[in-house]
Design a protein around this ligand. Structure first.
Ligand code: ADP
Length: 634
């Protein structure tokens, strides 16, 4: 998706327009800072133009009063010639300091103003981008690359900020200074001005040509660096395999090749930019020589003064030198435009799942759920769920079983409205899900997944993410319900213990129990469990199962499990294969049917008898006596 970095400023212009248009509201908010910054910039330029003038007056009125005819084009000329040389000299010397001081102040305000405006604006845009990303649907996130999205929120925004201060401002300042100087030169003497700008086309030609080369080389250097980083990352992360297969020599050769390539490109780039700078200096030298050659004649002919000639020579140095960086600035702006477009791409993506117009706050659900001919596909070619229909009463437990890849997780994600069905509808308490505001719907559903994700933060924080703002008493209650209180108290700082990224410093069973506490604190009438005990050892499985029984007590529950022993007491078992409900009913009914479910059960039963599965059995007996904690906090 990344546009080519080497794109020229001209090609970037439409993108620049689009970016400015999109961010106009944010720009407008920074109006005053931008006005201050631009005003200071203009002042800085005028002061820049004034810089050589005191020197001119010193020459024309003090050092060589007889050699110069008086500048007729200056209104203050008459006033200056009235002053005594010592007063004049003092004033001119003072004005040099004043010009430098004011110039510095103006430059300071223009840079600070611009930097502040850019930071304010981009902080706002970054926040917008982040919240927009969170709202984009799973369908978008499934396709996007995480690293790429993170780059957009961090470095792309950063580049926009940097470039606005480090490239846009200097580019503007240098261009306006150049224009200002050319105008003043023409005003002073058109013939010398023409000579001075005669080198301009030459200058443009060589800058553009060399810049083009520099960009190509820099791109090559980046490619080399990218390949080098990829090789290093791949081999270091797979170091075991590298050692086992003795691949290190081969990988070292690859690495060496890219390293050399990038080094050569980097040297070339340095060489080219050094050449560009010298070229500009040479051109300024040529222009200075030409101006002096003709200028001295004009001075001798008393058409211009020696001071005027000084101003010309000075302008040549001041104006053209910064222009050698023109290439650098335009390159940076082109890159920033690409970054801006990457940010816009995301901001312009509309979330496919959002509150419909007139969506209502969902009332507290009883938990009656009905799927009516629901079909769904992640991509148009392949239907994942086909015509699913079933009904669950409040507080009932539904088990989804069947071979993996059948569509069980997909089915429950429709209930959460992570995706919308293509056809058919899902009703809760008789109303289509889409009538409700997303947040008010999801608030009433708790989930526990096979590998529950925790966030970095304290244990207490992680549980309270189930219901933000929960009191500590409730958090502790939820932890007790989840069989987590005891192990949490045994942690170094109890509930205040900080968990590593994704809860890495806890065991799988402990993470799971914190996730159950997080689910419990929601007091949601609907609970979704997606293989919550898979991969746990016996002891943890028992603790987790017990906690789950309490969590799901009297709540409409969807349990996905591959272990049919855990699901046999469910009120409704859906045997799903290939996106379809092949069989549905209670365990007894399905066993009597003697179809797919019965066959799967028989296979598991046989392996259970021969194995050690007895201890791993999890009973879904409703009304079991493990419930008493439940009434405490509701
Ligand atoms: P189960 O839970 O029964 O194992 P899933 O609902 O996870 O099945 O997957 C059903 C099918 O949908 C599988 O073929 C899987 O490859 C496909 N699938 C799951 N998630 C996605 C996704 N985000 N994008 C595309 N296809 C998916």
């Amino acid at each position: 998706m990344r546009r080519s970095d080497s794109k020229s400023i001209r090609a970037a212009l439409p993108g620049l327009g689009r970016i400015l248009k999109h961010f106009a509201p944010q720009l407008r908010k920074q109006k005053w800072l931008l006005i201050l910054s631009f005003g200071s910039l203009l002042a800085e330029i005028v002061l820049h133009l004034l810089e050589p003038w005191p020197l001119k007056f010193i020459f024309d009125y003090i050092l060589l009063p007889n050699a110069s005819h008086k500048s007729h084009h200056l209104p203050i000329a008459a006033a200056l010639s009235q002053l005594s040389p010592s007063v004049l000299l003092t004033s001119l010397v003072a004005s040099i300091v004043a010009i430098a001081l004011l110039g510095a102040a103006a430059a300071y305000f223009s840079i600070v103003g611009m930097a502040l405006a850019a930071t304010n604006m981009l902080t706002e845009i970054r926040t917008d981008l982040y919240s927009h990303l969170q709202r984009l649907s799973l369908a978008f996130h499934n396709q996007a690359k995480t690293g790429d999205l993170i780059t957009r929120v961090t470095s792309d925004i950063e580049r926009l900020r940097e470039v606005s201060v480090m490239a846009v401002l200097p580019l503007l300042a240098n261009s306006l200074t150049l224009v200002g100087m050319i105008l003043v030169m023409f005003w002073m003497n058109w013939e010398l001005a023409l000579i001075a700008i005669a080198i301009f086309p030459w200058f443009l030609f060589s800058t553009v040509r060399l810049t083009h080369k520099i960009r190509r080389v820099v791109k090559m250097q980046r490619q080399g660096e990218g390949a080098m980083a990829a090789t290093a990352a791949e081999s270091i992360s797979a170091i075991k395999v590298v050692k086992a297969l003795s691949l290190h020599e081969m990988l070292e050769r690859v690495f060496f090749h890219y390293n050399r390539k990038s080094l050569r490109a980097s040297n070339k780039a340095q060489q080219l930019s050094a050449a560009l700078e010298r070229m500009v200096e040479l051109l300024v030298g040529v222009a200075t020589a030409l101006v002096l050659w003709r200028g001295v004649y004009l001075v001798l002919a008393k058409i211009v003064t020696p001071g005027d000639l000084l101003v010309f020579v000075n302008y040549l140095r001041i104006a053209f030198k910064p222009m050698r960086q023109l290439a650098k600035y335009t390159g940076q702006i082109a890159k920033a435009t690409a970054s801006g477009e990457r940010v816009l791409d995301i901001l312009n993506t509309v979330p496919d799942i959002q509150d419909s117009k007139g969506a209502l706050e969902a009332p507290p659900f009883l938990g009656a759920i009905r799927f009516e001919n629901v079909s769904f596909a992640y991509n148009p070619e392949q239907l994942i769920l086909k015509n699913i229909s079933f009904e669950v009463q409040p507080g009932q437990q539904v088990a989804l079983v069947g071979p993996s890849g059948g569509g069980k997780s997909t089915l429950v994600s429709l209930l959460l409205r992570l995706y919308d069905p293509i056809t058919g509808r899902i009703l809760i308490d008789g109303h289509d899900l889409r009538e409700y505001k997303l947040q008010s719907l999801r608030r009433q559903i708790s989930i526990v997944l096979q590998d529950s994700i925790l966030f970095s933060g304290t244990v207490q924080d992680n549980i309270s993410y189930g219901r933000l703002g929960a009191r500590f008493k409730e958090i502790e209650w939820a932890a007790r319900l989840a069989n987590a209180h005891d192990f949490i108290m045994a942690l170094p700082q109890g509930y205040a213990t900080i968990l590593g990224e994704r809860g890495a410093n806890l065991s799988g069973g402990q993470r799971q129990r914190i996730a159950i506490a997080r689910a419990a604190i929601r007091h949601a009438p609907i609970v979704i469990l997606d293989e919550p005990t898979t991969g746990l050892d016996n002891e943890n499985e028992r603790a987790v199962s017990e906690a789950l029984q309490r969590l799901t007590y009297k709540r409409t529950t969807f349990l996905i499990s591959h272990n049919l022993k855990t699901t046999q007491s469910a009120d409704l078992i859906l045997y799903i294969e290939n996106g379809q409900i092949i069989e549905q009913g209670t365990h007894t009914e399905l066993m009597r049917l003697n179809g797919r479910y019965a066959a799967m059960y028989a296979i598991q039963d046989k392996s259970d008898l021969s194995g050690k599965a007895e201890g791993r059995r999890l009973s879904w007996q409703k009304g079991s006596d493990s419930e008493p904690l439940h009434s405490h906090c509701e």
